[in-house]
Design a protein around this ligand. Structure first.
Ligand code: G3D
Ligand code: MG
Length: 192
């Protein structure tokens, strides 16, 4: 079975763990690494009918990434970049997270899905980050990665009301397959 390592990135509190829990299902067991303050959990899925296993990495607690870079990012073939539409800082910090992922994974630019989370709060939040802002940012990112043969997508989610969670992973998966195909690189990990 082919295993794709993907990272959840974004500021603390934006909903990364909630998104993963929704995707994997309640009661999932993560393998936790106290030393690096991160863990991963697995889920089998299919992309265009092709079976895959995702190893989904998540930062624990304060989302400090000093010292976790190597274990966290190394070998990642993609990332879900999450921001909270009600917290503009979490949107303006997204480039920092992209640099973290692209600089430390050992493969350079890998596919990213930009995830605008907490859409259930869009009507009641003061000045939330707009769809157009997320869209424009993602288009710029995609212009960069199209030279590498894959795109970066934008999606609006709610982990709370379970909107577009599976779709976010699916968009990422399609571009990971393109990335792997183009680079003709063996996937990172295999399991028995
Ligand atoms: P993180 O892993 O990125 O740090 P968490 O974020 O998944 O721990 O979520 C942080 C808080 O945001 C949690 O609330 C969680 O329930 C909430 N949250 C996550 N996703 C959504 C969403 O889509 N909508 C809303 N309204 N809330 C969300 P608490 O209160 O437990 O801190
Ligand atoms: Mg978390």
């Amino acid at each position: 079975m082919v295993v794709y390592k993907i990272a959840l990135i974004g500021d603390g509190g934006v909903g990364k763990t909630s998104i993963r829990e929704r995707y994997i299902g309640n009661g999932f067991k993560a393998q936790y690494f106290l030393t690096v303050g991160a863990d991963f959990a697995m889920r089998d899925d299919s992309i265009n009918g092709f079976p895959v296993r995702y190893q989904i990495w998540d930062l624990a607690g304060q989302d400090r990434f000093d010292g976790v870079r190597e274990a966290y990012y190394k070998g990642c073939v993609g990332g879900l970049l999450v921001y909270d539409i009600t917290r503009p800082d979490s949107f303006y910090n997204t480039p920092k997270w992209i640099n973290e992922l692209w600089t430390n994974n050992g493969r350079g630019r890998v596919p990213i899905v930009v995830v605008a989370n907490k859409m259930d709060l869009s009507a009641i939040a003061d000045n939330p980050i707009s769809r157009n802002q997320g869209w424009a940012f993602t288009n710029n990112l995609s212009n960069l990665t199209e030279a590498d043969g894959f795109q970066c997508h934008f999606i609006e989610t709610s982990a709370k009301t379970e909107v577009n969670i599976a779709e976010a992973f699916s968009l990422l998966g399609v571009n990971i397959l393109k990335f792997i195909e183009i680079h003709k690189r063996a996937p990172l990990l295999t399991v028995r």
